[in-house]
Structures are given as structure tokens and as C-alpha cells.
Design a protein around this ligand. Structure first.
Ligand SMILES: *Cc1c(COP(=O)(O)O)cnc(C)c1O
Length: 845
């Protein structure tokens, strides 16, 4: 059968034309006025279209459109929104530099709006907020991802509370995406070799304010069915599908940008999923500039940024060697690498032939700039990946951190944004990088803040009741049970929310551990609490699914179904209701398995107080003035003991602090002390966890230096990289010849603070010259284990040649008191190195 296809667009009356542009730009997702335009057009259709303005425009009757085209007040609102939109795209931004060289941001998923379901959870939401914020800042950044025929699964529970999954198909022609066409109007396509087959992909664009996200799609007729399925679903396929997805994302992604005329000067890999892009960039450069593998690798290393997002070992992608054989043998050949050396790029121990190929390791080896997503996660990542840099002290492992953030105008509820706009002034919207504006929280009246928050709680309760009623109806519940749902939850009760992926380490059931103690709190007639749960378990995660069932059964068994509810199908819409309408945001992961977490930040910016284990972002943000910490950051071997201790701590907090604080009301009915914390919390977290802070950090720490590196390297035709590659080769060849023969100092057994110590080291350099190396003194206090702690470094100067040795010297002043010590080590030294930590190149005395 030969089917001809074409796309039909809605016919908008001229005065309503601007709606089309608004509907096709995700700027709408963080501008509620724009959403209101569609709600006003037809509320039922808005819901029916699943809050998808692009689809909705095709559903509205011509009659209704004609009518609204003559409605003065509607047209005035439309003009107002459209003018703001145009102004947004033109206004001055934080970034003022050139847009010639781009930063390409790669992620497997993007969560920007419910109308674009290509996300599963935290990583997607973060990538979405990254895109929105880069638009606000005016950064020269484009996103790259995959366009899935089906998004992540939708969750529903059967009558027994057991999770079921369904996979609705996305209708891309009615979504806020646009196929990229060439000058002749034909789709732009790129090809990628996957094993011995060629896969073709077309490219879609999502407009995000000023920025663009490009999504690759292999579901086109040129491809055989199994290749069409590469982009069938997010995290859905088997290992083979997964490696193909990552090939299309990484390698195809770079080719797509080239096909669009975009130069990805700096690439930012998020998780190892996209790390193959590093190989494609190397291949390109070898080909275009006739560089060797090592030269091209050194040229790109200072322009690659890598962010790891998970401290859970299983969350780090690894491929078996059989799959690598199938897909990357030809690549090794093309790159001129022996197979073993190629595999070494993804191995901790290059000599272990059984070690699978790890995408995180590949990314860590190809990027000069690596980071975790919170302070604690940076530390955990250094510990996790330290073996890649044998001999390097852990605190020097070159993985830093940039703590995640959230996009305020996306996540702060429209009611609260209105209030903030009123008190903060227009500056709040115009200059999102001015974080000091949150200091104006103090000006907001207690009454207004509380009324706004109570309104959000009422909205949450109404939303939850509606969802529960529909859940029950679908499962054929009795009429009386459905009636009961109408009374589920109370809009006046202290509401505790727990919404996150149902993985066992997140311990959704921690609060259920002592039923008696919990029931007492739920049933208290004067100061009750209520709980709202939501979250999906991975389809194959049986223990995760059991957790959901446990909650449902608990509520039924103890007859508290109106006080403990589980809402199906957690997504961005639900997250918005929950993070703005709850009073307390609960988080109970096993430290340190939560990389950062962002839902608690969303809650905090809405004035919802956090009660959490000191893990992820909360480990660095917590202060008693803004919320509660469960425990003090302990880590346990015995998980049962941990649950026992931490659940007790949680009950104690609720009973002694949280509930009394919430219900202590003045004569005006206001919980003044609670409100004070809300204000402090919004102020502090608005400043520290805004995605604008995060993107300024990424820019200053990584993007800008990387862009500078790129310009410098291109300008001198990669001479520096060639020199660096030659230098490193020379170093590797000569490294075994190096040794520190003797270290001497004039330190006496007891010294005084301020005394000068001279240290001499005699170093055999072999065929290397003294200026080719950094010989340094590594010194500090000696710990109980005999290690040097809080080490300082001082470069030593060559002062004399003695035979085949060099004498290096440095003088230091005794500054710290106590038990001190020093040693000497040798590192590479080359101006082309962003940092001197090259795996395998470190030598200690
Ligand atoms: C914010 C958000 C997440 C991530 O939150 P965590 O704190 O990491 O659990 C996941 N899913 C949705 C729908 C969200 O809005």
C-alpha cells in the first residue's frame, strides 16, 4: 500500500493568528497568562487535548474561533501576552557574547511540559529546566535528544493496588514540535551506522523561548521495522535497542547539528547515555584536520563537559563486550585504535578483558570538566570513580559539583507567582539572574502568603479527590466507596506529600513502620495530619511495585482511606499541584543514594517546608530555620536498624515539632511561626536553588572556559593539541624512568609556627627535562591513619643538576600546628592541560 501523507493545520481568523506561535513555543509552559488564553478559548477542549495547545487549536470549532476573534477583552488579553512574548525574545539577557559557537546539551529525556511526554523523572525535569533557563539567560545553547513514538509509560493501579502500565502513542503532528525541512521543503535527514546497517533519522525542533531543542526520530519509512523502533520508547527496549538509542543520540546528534548548520563547539553530556558523541567529534576532527586519534582527543577534551546524575551503581550504563563488538569494531578501526585500547576508553582497569564497557567512564575520560549534581554527590562520585585515576588522592579526583536547581516560573504556582510579582516588582521577571530580589520576601504580609498557600492546598485536595474518584470508577468500586472519595482529605489539615519514583532505597513506607504511632497522628481530632503519595515504579521493579501496594493496603486495613491516598500517574501537572499545595515535603532516601533531588526545591520555592534525610541537595541547604532534618547524615550498614532509627526520628519530629508548629495559631488563625519559616525558606531556596544560579555556575565554571579553549585551539590550527598529544606520549614512554630518590628537609622534630622549612628532593628525570614536569611538595597535617589531610601543594624549583638527577627545592612556612608531614610527587605540566590529572601519570616519592 502506498499512502501519501500531508499535514492539515487549523484555520485561525486573522486576529487570533498569534495563538499559533504561542501554542508552538514552550515559553507558554512557564507563563500562566498564555495558558489562560487557551483555557478561555474552551476549557473542556483544553482538558481533552491533555493541556496541549497545539492539538487543541485543531479541535476548536470554527464557530467558536470566529466568536472569540470578535471578543474585545479576549483580543486585549491575547495582545498583552503576545507583546510580552515578543519582548521576552528581544530583551537584554545575562549572556551578551557571540552566538557563533554553540554549547550543545545532550540528554536522553526532557521534561518541559505535560504536552510533550518525553521524560520519566528527575533527569528529564532537570534537562527541561536547563533549556528554559538557558533561554532566559540568552545562552548560545541548543538541546539534543530523541523523539519517542511513545513516551514513558502511564501508570494505573488495579483493584488490588498493583501497578499496571500503558503506553499511549504520541501524535507528533499535533504537538509543539516542528519537523526541520530543507530549502525544498523536504525533511532534513541524517544517517548513522549501527553495526552493519545504516539508520536514517529525521529531526524535529521544539522551541523553548529563544532556545531550541532538536529531537531525532528514526520512525520513518526508510528504516526497517527494528530500526524504526530505536526511538519507540523511553527506557523501554532491551540492551540492543539501548545501545542503538545511544548511538543515535550521541553520534546522530552531532550529525544532526551539522546538518542544521550548527557548530557544537562545546558539548555537555548528561549521564553517560550520550557519551558516544565524544567519539564522533574525534572522528570528525581526525578526518577534517588530519589529526591522529590522540591529537583529536586532546583537542576535544577541553571542550567536553560531563555531568553524572546518579550515585546508584546500576544507574550507570554498561554494555557487554559482545554488543560493543557488534557496533564498535568498525569504529575502533576508523579511529585507528587497537580493539583493546578502544575498550579501555570505557574501562576502569584497561587490562581486565572481562570488564564491560561503561558509558560513564567513557564520558569521564573524554571530558576535562566533570561534575556531580550536589556537594555530597560530588564527593560520592569522586569515591565511586577514583580508580580511573590510580594513585590520586580522593579529594583531587577531577569531579566537581554544580548543585541542581529548578526554574522558578515553571514550578512556583501561578497564585504564588502573582503574589511574588506584586511584591518583587517587574524586575523579578525581567532579570531572573538577580537573585537578591528574593530578599523582598520579608515584605510580603503574613496574611496574604498564608491565604495564597491555603488556596493551593484547597486546589490540591480538589485535584486529589477528582483523581481518586476516577481511579475508583475505573476499577468498578461501589457507589458508596466512590461517594467516600468525595470526602477524602481535608483542605484544612496538615498535608504531607511524598512523591517520587518508587525505588526501594527511597523508602516510601518509612512512615508506615509503626502503624500505631502513625494512626494516632492521622486520627487526632484536633491536630490531624494526612498523607498524599504518588510516583511510578520501574515496570520491572517488583519490590518498587510492592511498596505502592503496601501503602494502598495499609490505608484499607486500618480504614484510613480518606487520610492516606495514592494518586496514580505522577507527572508534571501532578507535581505542580503537590509541590505547591502540601504543607510538608517528605523525603526519606538512604543516604547517599539521592544524587540531588529537585522536587523538594520546587516545594521550598512554594513555601512548602521540607522534612528530609540529609542527602542530595538538602545536605547542603538544610538549616533549622527552613525545615527539618531526619538524623544527622549518618550512613548505616544495617538497613533494618537504619529504618528503625530513622522512622523513630521522623515520628519524633512530627509529634514534637512539626505538628505543634503548624497548629499553633494566633487569634487571627495564622500560624505565625510556620509562616516565618515559609518566608525564610522561599527566600533562601529561591536564591540558592534557582536554576538561574545553576546555569550561571555551569557557565562560569565550565561553559565559558570551554568555549575559550575551543576558540584558542581552532585559532592556532590545533598546534597546541598536537603538542599536547606528543608531550603526553613522551611522558607515557618515559614515565617508568622517573623516580624521586631522596627527600630531605631541615625540619626539626619540634618547630614553631612561622618557622621556615626548606625541602630538597632529588629526582631522576630520565629523558625528560625539569621544565616538562611539575615536581611538587604535598604537605599537611598527619591523620590518625598516617595520611596527609587537608593537603597543600607547593611547586618545587629545579636548582641544580647532579649527575643524572635534578635537585628540586621549595621553602614553606609552618602555618598549621600539630602533627605535620610532607611528601613529594610528580605530575604532568603543560599549558594545554585544563588540569594535571591524567590517568596513570602521577608518581609519589
Ligand atoms: C521534579 C520532578 C521529579 C524529580 O524530583 P525528585 O525530587 O528527584 O524525585 C520527578 N518527576 C516529576 C514529574 C517531577 O516534577
Amino acid at each position: 500500500m502506498n499512502i501519501s501523507t500531508y499535514t492539515v493545520k487549523p484555520k485561525l481568523p486573522v486576529p487570533l493568528k498569534p495563538l499559533e506561535e504561542i501554542a508552538r513555543n514552550l515559553w507558554l509552559s512557564w507563563n500562566f497568562d498564555a495558558v489562560m488564553l487557551f483555557i478561555r478559548l474552551d476549557y473542556d477542549l483544553w482538558l481533552k487535548s491533555q493541556q496541549n495547545p497545539a492539538r487543541m487549536l485543531g479541535m476548536v470549532s470554527q464557530e467558536r474561533l470566529e466568536k472569540m476573534a470578535e471578543d474585545d477583552s479576549y483580543l486585549a488579553a491575547l495582545k498583552d501576552v503576545y507583546d510580552r512574548f515578543q519582548h521576552y525574545k528581544k530583551r537584554d539577557t545575562w549572556y551578551k557574547g557571540s552566538r557563533k559557537d554553540m554549547i550543545a546539551y545532550f540528554s536522553m529525556e526532557y521534561g518541559m511540559d505535560v504536552s510533550l511526554p518525553i521524560y520519566s523523572g528527575g533527569l528529564g525535569i532537570l534537562s527541561g529546566d536547563h533549556m528554559k533557563t538557558s533561554s532566559d539567560l540568552g545562552l548560545p545553547l541548543v538541546g539534543v535528544g530523541l523523539l519517542y513514538r511513545q513516551g514513558y509509560f502511564k501508570q494505573y493501579l488495579n483493584g488490588d493496588g498493583f501497578q499496571q502500565e500503558s503506553y499511549p502513542e504520541n501524535d507528533w503532528y499535533n504537538m509543539p514540535v516542528e519537523r526541520k525541512l530543507d530549502k525544498q521543503g523536504k525533511p532534513i535527514k541524517i544517517t548513522v551506522e549501527t553495526g552493519d546497517r545504516i539508520v536514517v533519522a529525521q529531526i524535529w525542533e521544539v522551541k523553548v523561548g529563544r532556545s531550541s531543542l532538536f529531537l531525532l526520530d528514526t520512525n520513518i519509512e526508510e528504516n526497517a521495522p527494528d530500526l524504526r523502533d530505536i526511538t519507540a520508547s523511553l527506557y523501554g527496549g532491551d540492551r540492543e535497542t539501548r545501545i542503538r538509542q545511544e548511538i543515535v543520540l550521541g553520534i546522530g546528534g552531532i550529525r544532526a547539528l551539522r546538518a542544521l548548520g550548527i557548530n557544537p563547539a562545546v558539548t555537555h553530556m548528561n549521564e553517560g547515555h550520550s557519551a558516544f558523541l565524544g567519539l564522533e567529534r574525534i572522528r570528525e576532527l581526525m578526518h577534517d584536520q588530519h589529526l591522529s586519534f590522540e591529537e583529536a582527543r586532546q583537542a576535544l577534551w577541553p571542550t567536553n563537559v560531563f555531568t553524572t546524575h546518579t550515585p546508584v551503581p546500576a544507574g550507570n550504563e554498561r554494555f557487554g563486550i559482545d554488543l560493543m563488538e557488534k557496533y564498535f569494531r568498525p569504529w575502533a578501526q576508523e579511529l585507528g585504535l587497537p580493539w583493546k585500547e578502544f575498550l579501555a576508553l570505557g574501562r576502569e582497569n584497561p587490562d581486565d578483558d572481562r570488564e564491560p564497557f561503561c558509558m560513564t567512564i567513557l564520558a569521564l575520560k573524554l571530558a576535562a570538566y566533570c561534575n556531580g549534581v550536589a556537594r555530597l554527590h560530588g564527593k560520592v562520585s569522586r569515591e565511586m570513580w577514583k580508580n580511573i585515576w590510580p594513585g590520586l588522592p580522593i579529594h583531587e579526583v577531577p569531579i566537581g559539583h554544580v548543585t541542581n536547581g529548578v526554574h522558578p516560573r515553571t514550578w512556583v504556582s501561578n497564585n504564588m507567582v502573582e503574589l511574588l510579582d506584586r511584591y518583587f516588582g517587574p524586575h523579578f521577571e525581567e532579570e531572573p539572574t538577580d537573585l537578591n530580589i528574593w530578599n523582598r520576601m520579608e515584605r510580603i504580609s503574613d496574611e496574604e502568603l498564608w491565604r495564597t498557600h491555603e488556596r493551593r492546598r484547597e486546589r490540591l485536595v480538589a485535584f486529589a479527590r477528582d483523581r481518586i474518584r476516577r481511579q475508583l470508577q475505573r476499577n468498578g468500586a461501589t457507589e458508596s466507596r466512590i461517594q467516600q472519595a468525595e470526602d477524602a482529605l481535608s483542605p484544612y489539615t496538615l498535608t504531607i506529600a511524598f512523591a517520587r519514583r518508587f525505588a526501594t532505597y527511597k523508602r516510601a513506607n518509612l512512615l508506615l513502620r509503626d502503624p500505631e504511632r502513625l494512626l494516632k497522628l492521622l486520627r487526632d481530632s484536633e491536630r490531624p495530619i494526612q498523607l498524599i503519595f504518588a510516583g511510578k515504579a520501574h515496570p520491572h521493579d517488583m519490590p518498587g511495585k510492592d511498596l505502592i501496594r503496601e501503602i494502598i493496603h495499609f490505608a484499607e486495613k486500618y480504614d484510613v482511606v480518606s487520610k492516606i491516598v495514592f494518586l496514580e500517574d505522577y507527572d508534571m501537572t501532578m507535581a505542580k499541584y503537590m509541590t505547591s499545595g502540601a504543607d510538608l515535603w517528605l523525603n526519606t532516601p538512604r543516604r547517599p543514594l539521592e544524587a540531588s533531588g529537585t522536587s523538594g526545591m520546587k516545594a521550598a520555592m512554594n513555601g512548602v517546608l521540607n522534612c528530609s534525610i540529609l542527602d542530595g541537595w538538602w545536605d547542603e541547604a538544610y538549616k533549622p530555620e527552613i525545615g527539618w532534618a531526619i538524623g544527622q547524615g549518618e550512613q548505616y550498614e544495617d538497613t533494618n536498624l537504619q529504618d528503625e532509627i530513622e522512622s523513630k526520628a521522623l515520628y519524633d519530629l512530627l509529634e514534637r515539632e512539626i505538628i505543634p508548629l503548624f497548629y499553633t495559631r494566633g487569634r487571627d488563625g495564622l500560624p505565625r511561626e510556620w509562616i516565618r519559616r515559609m518566608k525564610t525558606c522561599m527566600k533562601e531556596i529561591g536564591q540558592s536553588m534557582s536554576c538561574h544560579r545553576m546555569l550561571m555556575d555551569y557557565s562560569n565554571k565550565y561553559y565559558f572556559p570551554a568555549l575559550k579553549n575551543y576558540k584558542r585551539l581552532v585559532k592556532d590550527n590545533y598546534q597546541e593539541s598536537k603538542a599536547l598529544a606528543a608531550y603526553l606520549q613522551k611522558l607515557r614512554n618515559a614515565w617508568h624512568e622517573l623516580s624521586v630518590l631522596k627527600v630531605e628537609s631541615n625540619a626539626r622534630p619540634v618547630m614553631q609556627r612561622g618557622d621556615l622549612v626548606t625541602v630538597n628532593a632529588c629526582v631522576r628525570l630520565g629523558s625528560l627535562a625539569p621544565e616538562e614536569l611539575c615536581v611538587e611538595l604535598y604537605y599537611g597535617s598527619i591523620s590518625n591513619f598516617g595520611d596527609i589531610e587537608h593537603a597543600q601543594r607547593a611547586e618545587m624549583k629545579p636548582i641544580a643538576q647532579e649527575g643524572d638527577c635534578y635537585k628540586f627545592q621549595v621553602k614553606i612556612t609552618c602555618e598549621s600546628t600539630g602533627h605535620q608531614g610532607h611528601t613529594v610527587r610528580i605530575l604532568p605540566k603543560h599549558e594545554g592541560l585544563v588540569h594535571p590529572y591524567v590517568p596513570g601519570l602521577i608518581k609519589w616519592a
